[in-house]
Design a protein. Structure first.
Length: 499
Protein backbone atom coordinates (compact mmCIF):
# COMPACT_ATOMS: atom_id res chain seq x y z
CA UNK A 1 0.00 0.00 0.00
CA UNK A 2 1.36 3.45 -0.97
CA UNK A 3 2.40 5.54 1.98
CA UNK A 4 0.11 8.55 2.43
CA UNK A 5 1.84 11.92 2.04
CA UNK A 6 2.05 13.84 5.29
CA UNK A 7 0.17 17.13 5.00
CA UNK A 8 2.52 20.10 5.27
CA UNK A 9 0.72 23.30 6.25
CA UNK A 10 2.76 26.36 5.32
CA UNK A 11 2.71 29.58 7.29
CA UNK A 12 1.79 32.82 5.54
CA UNK A 13 5.44 33.92 5.60
CA UNK A 14 6.46 30.60 4.00
CA UNK A 15 3.90 31.17 1.24
CA UNK A 16 5.25 34.67 0.68
CA UNK A 17 8.79 33.29 0.39
CA UNK A 18 7.56 30.58 -1.98
CA UNK A 19 5.91 33.09 -4.32
CA UNK A 20 9.08 35.20 -4.30
CA UNK A 21 11.18 32.18 -5.31
CA UNK A 22 8.78 31.44 -8.18
CA UNK A 23 8.85 35.08 -9.34
CA UNK A 24 12.62 35.13 -9.30
CA UNK A 25 12.46 32.58 -12.13
CA UNK A 26 15.85 30.90 -11.71
CA UNK A 27 14.48 27.58 -10.41
CA UNK A 28 11.92 25.09 -11.64
CA UNK A 29 8.55 25.04 -9.86
CA UNK A 30 8.88 21.33 -9.13
CA UNK A 31 12.17 21.99 -7.29
CA UNK A 32 10.55 24.72 -5.20
CA UNK A 33 7.58 22.48 -4.38
CA UNK A 34 9.96 19.74 -3.26
CA UNK A 35 11.86 22.20 -1.03
CA UNK A 36 8.62 23.15 0.76
CA UNK A 37 7.41 19.54 0.84
CA UNK A 38 4.19 20.25 -1.05
CA UNK A 39 2.70 18.79 -4.26
CA UNK A 40 2.90 20.85 -7.49
CA UNK A 41 -0.87 21.50 -7.52
CA UNK A 42 -0.64 23.08 -4.04
CA UNK A 43 2.14 25.33 -5.29
CA UNK A 44 -0.05 26.41 -8.21
CA UNK A 45 -2.92 27.21 -5.82
CA UNK A 46 -0.62 29.33 -3.64
CA UNK A 47 0.62 31.30 -6.66
CA UNK A 48 -2.97 32.01 -7.72
CA UNK A 49 -3.71 33.40 -4.24
CA UNK A 50 -0.60 35.60 -4.19
CA UNK A 51 -2.40 38.94 -3.77
CA UNK A 52 -4.57 37.62 -0.96
CA UNK A 53 -1.53 36.08 0.77
CA UNK A 54 0.34 39.40 0.72
CA UNK A 55 -2.55 41.10 2.52
CA UNK A 56 -2.31 38.53 5.33
CA UNK A 57 1.47 38.46 5.60
CA UNK A 58 1.50 38.11 9.40
CA UNK A 59 4.53 36.08 10.46
CA UNK A 60 3.69 32.54 11.52
CA UNK A 61 -0.09 32.53 10.94
CA UNK A 62 -1.23 29.50 8.92
CA UNK A 63 -4.72 30.66 7.91
CA UNK A 64 -5.92 33.83 6.22
CA UNK A 65 -8.47 35.44 8.50
CA UNK A 66 -9.44 39.10 8.61
CA UNK A 67 -8.97 40.18 12.20
CA UNK A 68 -11.76 42.24 13.77
CA UNK A 69 -10.82 45.66 15.09
CA UNK A 70 -8.08 45.99 12.49
CA UNK A 71 -7.50 49.64 13.44
CA UNK A 72 -6.62 48.66 17.03
CA UNK A 73 -4.38 45.93 15.67
CA UNK A 74 -2.47 48.40 13.47
CA UNK A 75 -2.15 51.08 16.15
CA UNK A 76 -0.76 48.63 18.68
CA UNK A 77 1.71 47.18 16.16
CA UNK A 78 3.05 50.63 15.24
CA UNK A 79 3.39 51.58 18.92
CA UNK A 80 5.04 48.24 19.76
CA UNK A 81 7.49 48.56 16.85
CA UNK A 82 8.47 52.04 17.95
CA UNK A 83 9.06 50.88 21.54
CA UNK A 84 11.04 47.85 20.36
CA UNK A 85 13.29 50.01 18.18
CA UNK A 86 14.00 52.20 21.22
CA UNK A 87 14.69 49.07 23.32
CA UNK A 88 11.89 49.89 25.75
CA UNK A 89 10.99 46.74 27.74
CA UNK A 90 7.38 45.60 27.26
CA UNK A 91 5.18 42.82 28.58
CA UNK A 92 1.68 41.49 28.04
CA UNK A 93 0.07 43.66 30.71
CA UNK A 94 1.41 46.85 29.14
CA UNK A 95 0.23 45.80 25.66
CA UNK A 96 -3.27 44.91 26.92
CA UNK A 97 -3.57 48.28 28.63
CA UNK A 98 -2.38 50.09 25.49
CA UNK A 99 -4.80 48.14 23.26
CA UNK A 100 -7.73 49.11 25.51
CA UNK A 101 -6.55 52.72 25.46
CA UNK A 102 -6.54 52.77 21.65
CA UNK A 103 -9.97 51.09 21.59
CA UNK A 104 -11.44 53.93 23.66
CA UNK A 105 -9.83 56.59 21.47
CA UNK A 106 -11.13 54.85 18.32
CA UNK A 107 -14.65 54.58 19.72
CA UNK A 108 -14.78 50.78 20.18
CA UNK A 109 -16.70 50.78 23.47
CA UNK A 110 -17.46 47.03 23.29
CA UNK A 111 -13.83 46.00 22.85
CA UNK A 112 -11.95 44.49 25.78
CA UNK A 113 -8.40 43.22 25.19
CA UNK A 114 -8.00 39.76 26.68
CA UNK A 115 -5.04 37.42 27.03
CA UNK A 116 -6.49 35.34 24.18
CA UNK A 117 -6.72 38.39 21.91
CA UNK A 118 -3.12 39.30 22.78
CA UNK A 119 -1.91 35.74 22.06
CA UNK A 120 -3.47 35.87 18.60
CA UNK A 121 -2.07 39.37 18.00
CA UNK A 122 1.44 38.15 18.90
CA UNK A 123 1.08 35.19 16.53
CA UNK A 124 -0.14 37.41 13.72
CA UNK A 125 2.89 39.65 14.01
CA UNK A 126 5.46 37.11 15.21
CA UNK A 127 6.04 39.04 18.46
CA UNK A 128 8.36 37.58 21.08
CA UNK A 129 9.25 39.36 24.32
CA UNK A 130 12.96 39.59 25.09
CA UNK A 131 14.89 41.14 27.95
CA UNK A 132 16.43 44.53 27.23
CA UNK A 133 19.51 45.37 29.28
CA UNK A 134 20.85 48.85 29.85
CA UNK A 135 19.69 52.18 28.59
CA UNK A 136 20.54 51.37 24.98
CA UNK A 137 20.97 47.88 23.61
CA UNK A 138 24.55 46.93 22.96
CA UNK A 139 25.77 45.31 19.77
CA UNK A 140 25.10 41.56 19.69
CA UNK A 141 28.45 40.18 18.49
CA UNK A 142 27.18 36.60 18.38
CA UNK A 143 24.26 37.67 16.22
CA UNK A 144 26.65 39.48 13.87
CA UNK A 145 28.83 36.39 13.51
CA UNK A 146 25.84 34.18 12.70
CA UNK A 147 24.51 36.73 10.23
CA UNK A 148 27.82 36.91 8.34
CA UNK A 149 28.07 33.11 8.40
CA UNK A 150 24.62 32.71 6.79
CA UNK A 151 24.92 35.70 4.45
CA UNK A 152 26.33 33.74 1.45
CA UNK A 153 23.11 31.69 1.33
CA UNK A 154 21.04 34.89 1.23
CA UNK A 155 23.19 36.35 -1.56
CA UNK A 156 23.10 33.21 -3.71
CA UNK A 157 21.79 33.96 -7.19
CA UNK A 158 22.44 37.71 -7.04
CA UNK A 159 25.36 39.50 -8.68
CA UNK A 160 27.13 42.37 -6.96
CA UNK A 161 25.26 44.70 -9.34
CA UNK A 162 21.92 43.52 -7.91
CA UNK A 163 22.68 43.69 -4.18
CA UNK A 164 21.74 47.06 -2.66
CA UNK A 165 21.83 48.79 0.70
CA UNK A 166 20.23 52.12 1.63
CA UNK A 167 20.34 54.09 4.85
CA UNK A 168 19.36 57.53 6.11
CA UNK A 169 21.60 60.12 7.69
CA UNK A 170 21.05 63.57 9.14
CA UNK A 171 22.99 66.54 7.82
CA UNK A 172 23.36 70.00 9.37
CA UNK A 173 23.59 71.36 5.85
CA UNK A 174 24.34 75.02 6.61
CA UNK A 175 26.59 74.54 9.62
CA UNK A 176 30.06 76.10 9.61
CA UNK A 177 32.94 74.77 11.75
CA UNK A 178 32.36 77.37 14.48
CA UNK A 179 28.98 75.73 15.28
CA UNK A 180 30.42 72.24 15.70
CA UNK A 181 30.56 72.31 19.51
CA UNK A 182 27.01 73.64 19.77
CA UNK A 183 25.45 70.94 17.56
CA UNK A 184 27.82 67.99 17.99
CA UNK A 185 26.04 64.99 19.47
CA UNK A 186 22.55 66.48 19.10
CA UNK A 187 20.02 63.73 18.36
CA UNK A 188 17.31 66.17 17.24
CA UNK A 189 14.59 64.13 18.94
CA UNK A 190 11.12 65.54 18.41
CA UNK A 191 12.24 67.24 15.22
CA UNK A 192 14.49 69.85 16.85
CA UNK A 193 16.73 71.90 14.56
CA UNK A 194 14.61 70.84 11.58
CA UNK A 195 15.35 74.17 9.85
CA UNK A 196 19.08 73.54 10.19
CA UNK A 197 18.93 69.92 9.13
CA UNK A 198 17.94 67.65 6.27
CA UNK A 199 17.62 63.88 6.15
CA UNK A 200 19.29 62.14 3.22
CA UNK A 201 18.72 58.56 2.10
CA UNK A 202 21.95 57.24 0.61
CA UNK A 203 22.27 53.93 -1.18
CA UNK A 204 24.19 51.93 -3.75
CA UNK A 205 24.65 48.50 -5.17
CA UNK A 206 27.54 46.40 -3.93
CA UNK A 207 29.75 46.98 -6.97
CA UNK A 208 29.34 50.74 -6.58
CA UNK A 209 28.31 51.04 -10.22
CA UNK A 210 24.73 52.14 -9.49
CA UNK A 211 23.93 54.88 -7.01
CA UNK A 212 20.23 55.85 -6.94
CA UNK A 213 19.41 59.55 -6.72
CA UNK A 214 19.75 60.95 -3.23
CA UNK A 215 16.38 61.11 -1.46
CA UNK A 216 16.41 64.40 0.48
CA UNK A 217 13.83 65.36 3.12
CA UNK A 218 13.60 68.94 4.34
CA UNK A 219 11.17 70.94 6.46
CA UNK A 220 9.71 73.30 3.83
CA UNK A 221 7.40 71.98 1.16
CA UNK A 222 8.22 74.85 -1.21
CA UNK A 223 11.49 76.50 -0.22
CA UNK A 224 11.70 80.05 -1.48
CA UNK A 225 15.03 79.29 -3.17
CA UNK A 226 13.29 76.68 -5.38
CA UNK A 227 11.32 79.37 -7.22
CA UNK A 228 12.03 79.07 -10.94
CA UNK A 229 13.76 75.70 -10.50
CA UNK A 230 12.22 72.93 -12.62
CA UNK A 231 14.82 70.17 -12.29
CA UNK A 232 16.70 68.99 -9.21
CA UNK A 233 19.53 66.43 -9.17
CA UNK A 234 17.88 64.70 -6.18
CA UNK A 235 14.39 63.61 -5.17
CA UNK A 236 13.11 66.17 -2.63
CA UNK A 237 10.26 65.68 -0.14
CA UNK A 238 9.26 67.46 3.05
CA UNK A 239 7.57 67.19 6.42
CA UNK A 240 7.55 69.31 9.57
CA UNK A 241 10.32 67.31 11.24
CA UNK A 242 12.48 66.69 8.15
CA UNK A 243 12.44 62.95 8.91
CA UNK A 244 12.03 59.78 6.91
CA UNK A 245 8.51 58.38 7.41
CA UNK A 246 6.79 55.14 6.47
CA UNK A 247 4.88 56.82 3.65
CA UNK A 248 8.00 58.48 2.21
CA UNK A 249 10.01 55.28 2.38
CA UNK A 250 7.18 53.29 0.79
CA UNK A 251 7.01 55.87 -2.01
CA UNK A 252 10.75 55.56 -2.65
CA UNK A 253 10.62 51.75 -2.45
CA UNK A 254 7.74 51.52 -4.91
CA UNK A 255 9.50 53.81 -7.40
CA UNK A 256 12.71 51.80 -7.10
CA UNK A 257 10.74 48.59 -7.65
CA UNK A 258 9.17 50.02 -10.82
CA UNK A 259 12.60 51.01 -12.12
CA UNK A 260 13.95 47.50 -11.53
CA UNK A 261 10.90 45.98 -13.20
CA UNK A 262 11.38 48.14 -16.31
CA UNK A 263 14.98 46.91 -16.45
CA UNK A 264 13.76 43.30 -16.06
CA UNK A 265 15.86 42.83 -12.92
CA UNK A 266 15.45 41.03 -9.60
CA UNK A 267 17.42 42.72 -6.83
CA UNK A 268 18.12 42.23 -3.14
CA UNK A 269 17.77 45.25 -0.85
CA UNK A 270 19.21 45.33 2.68
CA UNK A 271 17.76 47.85 5.14
CA UNK A 272 17.74 48.33 8.90
CA UNK A 273 14.63 47.89 11.01
CA UNK A 274 13.82 51.51 11.86
CA UNK A 275 10.08 52.17 12.16
CA UNK A 276 9.88 54.05 8.86
CA UNK A 277 11.08 50.97 6.96
CA UNK A 278 8.04 48.90 7.93
CA UNK A 279 5.92 48.56 4.80
CA UNK A 280 3.08 46.44 3.47
CA UNK A 281 3.38 47.15 -0.25
CA UNK A 282 3.72 44.38 -2.79
CA UNK A 283 7.02 44.38 -4.67
CA UNK A 284 7.62 42.56 -7.92
CA UNK A 285 11.35 43.07 -8.48
CA UNK A 286 12.83 43.73 -5.03
CA UNK A 287 13.39 41.29 -2.21
CA UNK A 288 13.76 43.24 1.03
CA UNK A 289 16.04 41.77 3.68
CA UNK A 290 16.18 43.35 7.14
CA UNK A 291 19.43 43.60 9.08
CA UNK A 292 19.30 42.28 12.67
CA UNK A 293 18.48 44.90 15.34
CA UNK A 294 21.36 46.74 17.02
CA UNK A 295 23.94 45.52 14.50
CA UNK A 296 23.93 48.18 11.81
CA UNK A 297 27.17 49.78 13.02
CA UNK A 298 28.86 46.50 12.03
CA UNK A 299 26.65 44.94 9.34
CA UNK A 300 25.26 47.85 7.34
CA UNK A 301 27.56 48.71 4.39
CA UNK A 302 26.55 52.39 4.27
CA UNK A 303 27.62 52.69 7.92
CA UNK A 304 31.06 51.20 7.23
CA UNK A 305 32.36 54.38 5.62
CA UNK A 306 30.13 55.31 2.68
CA UNK A 307 28.14 57.94 4.59
CA UNK A 308 31.30 59.14 6.33
CA UNK A 309 33.02 59.53 2.95
CA UNK A 310 30.06 61.49 1.62
CA UNK A 311 30.09 63.86 4.62
CA UNK A 312 33.83 64.43 4.35
CA UNK A 313 33.40 65.46 0.71
CA UNK A 314 30.45 67.70 1.65
CA UNK A 315 32.29 69.51 4.43
CA UNK A 316 35.41 69.79 2.30
CA UNK A 317 33.25 71.57 -0.29
CA UNK A 318 31.92 73.95 2.38
CA UNK A 319 35.48 74.82 3.42
CA UNK A 320 36.50 75.34 -0.21
CA UNK A 321 33.62 77.76 -0.81
CA UNK A 322 34.15 79.48 2.54
CA UNK A 323 37.83 80.11 1.77
CA UNK A 324 36.89 81.49 -1.64
CA UNK A 325 34.35 83.90 -0.08
CA UNK A 326 36.78 85.00 2.62
CA UNK A 327 39.42 85.72 -0.03
CA UNK A 328 36.90 87.94 -1.82
CA UNK A 329 35.57 89.55 1.39
CA UNK A 330 32.11 88.11 0.72
CA UNK A 331 29.62 86.80 3.27
CA UNK A 332 28.91 83.08 3.25
CA UNK A 333 25.66 81.18 3.84
CA UNK A 334 24.03 78.04 2.48
CA UNK A 335 20.37 77.55 1.62
CA UNK A 336 18.74 74.20 0.96
CA UNK A 337 19.09 74.49 -2.83
CA UNK A 338 22.85 75.00 -2.51
CA UNK A 339 22.97 72.11 -0.03
CA UNK A 340 21.19 69.87 -2.54
CA UNK A 341 23.66 70.82 -5.27
CA UNK A 342 26.64 70.16 -3.00
CA UNK A 343 25.14 66.88 -1.77
CA UNK A 344 24.68 65.60 -5.31
CA UNK A 345 28.17 66.71 -6.30
CA UNK A 346 29.81 65.07 -3.29
CA UNK A 347 27.78 61.87 -3.68
CA UNK A 348 29.08 61.56 -7.24
CA UNK A 349 32.61 61.86 -5.82
CA UNK A 350 32.24 58.70 -3.69
CA UNK A 351 34.00 56.02 -5.75
CA UNK A 352 32.82 52.47 -6.58
CA UNK A 353 35.91 51.05 -4.85
CA UNK A 354 35.06 52.92 -1.63
CA UNK A 355 31.56 51.44 -1.72
CA UNK A 356 32.83 47.90 -2.45
CA UNK A 357 35.31 48.24 0.42
CA UNK A 358 32.43 49.02 2.78
CA UNK A 359 30.42 46.00 1.63
CA UNK A 360 33.50 43.82 2.19
CA UNK A 361 33.97 45.33 5.65
CA UNK A 362 30.33 44.49 6.46
CA UNK A 363 30.96 40.83 5.59
CA UNK A 364 29.21 40.71 2.22
CA UNK A 365 32.28 39.37 0.45
CA UNK A 366 35.60 37.82 1.36
CA UNK A 367 38.51 39.85 0.13
CA UNK A 368 41.05 42.48 0.95
CA UNK A 369 40.01 46.08 1.41
CA UNK A 370 41.94 48.13 -1.13
CA UNK A 371 43.62 51.16 0.39
CA UNK A 372 42.58 54.35 -1.40
CA UNK A 373 44.12 57.78 -1.66
CA UNK A 374 42.28 59.74 1.02
CA UNK A 375 41.40 62.70 -1.18
CA UNK A 376 38.63 63.69 1.20
CA UNK A 377 41.04 65.21 3.70
CA UNK A 378 41.22 68.98 3.68
CA UNK A 379 44.56 70.70 3.08
CA UNK A 380 46.22 72.02 6.23
CA UNK A 381 46.56 75.50 4.73
CA UNK A 382 42.84 75.85 3.97
CA UNK A 383 41.72 74.36 7.27
CA UNK A 384 44.13 76.45 9.35
CA UNK A 385 43.04 79.57 7.45
CA UNK A 386 39.38 78.89 8.29
CA UNK A 387 40.16 77.85 11.87
CA UNK A 388 42.09 81.07 12.52
CA UNK A 389 39.45 83.26 10.87
CA UNK A 390 36.62 81.70 12.92
CA UNK A 391 38.72 81.50 16.13
CA UNK A 392 37.96 77.80 16.49
CA UNK A 393 38.56 76.13 19.85
CA UNK A 394 38.23 72.69 18.23
CA UNK A 395 40.57 72.56 15.24
CA UNK A 396 40.05 68.87 14.46
CA UNK A 397 38.50 68.55 10.98
CA UNK A 398 37.16 65.04 11.71
CA UNK A 399 35.06 66.45 14.57
CA UNK A 400 33.46 68.83 12.09
CA UNK A 401 32.73 65.92 9.73
CA UNK A 402 31.25 63.73 12.48
CA UNK A 403 29.18 66.42 14.21
CA UNK A 404 25.81 65.04 13.02
CA UNK A 405 26.52 61.30 13.26
CA UNK A 406 23.89 60.80 15.98
CA UNK A 407 21.11 62.93 14.51
CA UNK A 408 17.69 61.29 14.74
CA UNK A 409 16.26 60.78 11.24
CA UNK A 410 13.38 58.33 11.71
CA UNK A 411 9.80 59.18 12.57
CA UNK A 412 8.72 59.03 16.21
CA UNK A 413 4.97 58.72 16.73
CA UNK A 414 2.82 60.17 19.48
CA UNK A 415 -0.48 58.42 20.21
CA UNK A 416 -2.39 61.12 18.34
CA UNK A 417 -0.11 60.72 15.32
CA UNK A 418 -0.53 56.94 15.36
CA UNK A 419 -4.32 57.34 15.44
CA UNK A 420 -4.24 59.93 12.67
CA UNK A 421 -2.05 57.71 10.50
CA UNK A 422 -4.33 54.74 11.05
CA UNK A 423 -7.40 56.79 10.19
CA UNK A 424 -5.55 58.10 7.12
CA UNK A 425 -5.54 61.73 8.15
CA UNK A 426 -2.80 63.73 6.46
CA UNK A 427 -1.44 67.24 6.76
CA UNK A 428 0.82 69.30 4.55
CA UNK A 429 4.10 70.77 5.64
CA UNK A 430 4.32 74.52 5.95
CA UNK A 431 6.15 76.53 3.32
CA UNK A 432 9.45 78.17 4.09
CA UNK A 433 9.04 81.86 4.97
CA UNK A 434 10.16 84.33 2.35
CA UNK A 435 13.71 85.57 2.58
CA UNK A 436 14.35 88.83 0.73
CA UNK A 437 17.95 87.83 0.07
CA UNK A 438 17.01 84.66 -1.85
CA UNK A 439 17.81 84.69 -5.57
CA UNK A 440 14.83 83.98 -7.83
CA UNK A 441 15.86 81.99 -10.89
CA UNK A 442 14.55 82.92 -14.34
CA UNK A 443 14.30 80.71 -17.41
CA UNK A 444 17.54 80.58 -19.42
CA UNK A 445 17.06 80.38 -23.20
CA UNK A 446 18.93 77.90 -25.37
CA UNK A 447 20.81 80.74 -27.03
CA UNK A 448 21.91 82.08 -23.63
CA UNK A 449 23.13 78.58 -22.73
CA UNK A 450 25.10 78.39 -26.00
CA UNK A 451 26.69 81.78 -25.30
CA UNK A 452 27.64 80.64 -21.80
CA UNK A 453 29.23 77.49 -23.24
CA UNK A 454 31.36 79.63 -25.54
CA UNK A 455 32.64 81.48 -22.48
CA UNK A 456 33.36 78.18 -20.72
CA UNK A 457 35.17 76.84 -23.79
CA UNK A 458 37.28 79.99 -23.90
CA UNK A 459 38.14 79.54 -20.22
CA UNK A 460 39.12 75.87 -20.67
CA UNK A 461 41.22 76.46 -23.78
CA UNK A 462 43.07 79.55 -22.52
CA UNK A 463 43.98 78.10 -19.11
CA UNK A 464 47.37 76.40 -18.77
CA UNK A 465 47.40 72.76 -17.62
CA UNK A 466 43.63 72.22 -17.83
CA UNK A 467 42.63 68.65 -16.93
CA UNK A 468 41.03 66.34 -19.51
CA UNK A 469 37.98 66.10 -17.24
CA UNK A 470 37.20 69.74 -18.00
CA UNK A 471 37.08 69.05 -21.73
CA UNK A 472 34.88 65.97 -21.20
CA UNK A 473 32.46 67.95 -19.04
CA UNK A 474 32.36 70.74 -21.62
CA UNK A 475 31.61 68.30 -24.46
CA UNK A 476 28.85 66.64 -22.41
CA UNK A 477 27.21 70.00 -21.73
CA UNK A 478 27.44 70.97 -25.40
CA UNK A 479 25.71 67.70 -26.33
CA UNK A 480 22.91 68.31 -23.80
CA UNK A 481 22.26 71.84 -25.07
CA UNK A 482 22.36 70.64 -28.69
CA UNK A 483 19.79 67.91 -27.91
CA UNK A 484 17.47 70.44 -26.27
CA UNK A 485 17.89 72.74 -29.25
CA UNK A 486 17.00 69.94 -31.69
CA UNK A 487 13.94 69.03 -29.60
CA UNK A 488 12.70 72.61 -29.72
CA UNK A 489 13.35 72.81 -33.49
CA UNK A 490 11.37 69.60 -34.03
CA UNK A 491 8.41 70.99 -32.12
CA UNK A 492 8.47 74.17 -34.24
CA UNK A 493 8.55 72.28 -37.56
CA UNK A 494 5.70 70.05 -36.39
CA UNK A 495 3.65 73.18 -35.74
CA UNK A 496 4.05 74.36 -39.35
CA UNK A 497 3.34 70.98 -40.97
CA UNK A 498 0.53 70.95 -43.51
CA UNK A 499 -2.64 69.31 -42.29
Amino acid sequence: MEKKRKLNVLSISDKVRLTQLVEKGDRKKCEIAKEFNIPPNTLSSIIKQKEKIMKFNYGNMKKMRMTPYLDIDKCLLKWFTQCRDKNIPLNGTILLEKANEYAQQLGHTNFKASSGWLTNWKKRHDVVFRTVCGEKASIDRHCCSNWIKNLPDVLTGYSTNDIFNVDETGLFFKCLPDKTLMLKGKECSGGKYSKERITIMIGSNMSGTEKPKLFVIGKAKKPRCFKGIKSLPVDYRSNKKAWITSSLFSEWLLNFDRKMKLENRKVLLFIDNCTAHNHDIELSSIKVHFLPPNTTSILQPMDQGVIQNFKMFYRKEIIRQLVNNLDNNESFSINILEAIRMSDKTWRSVTPQTILNCFIKAGFEDGDIIALDNSTTISDDKWNFVADHLNLDDKNFSHYVEMDNNVHVCETWTDNEILSETLENTSESEDEPQNKEEVIFTQVTIQQAKDALKTLRNFVETTTGMDDKAFSALYNLEDVVAERSNMKQTLMTDFFKEK
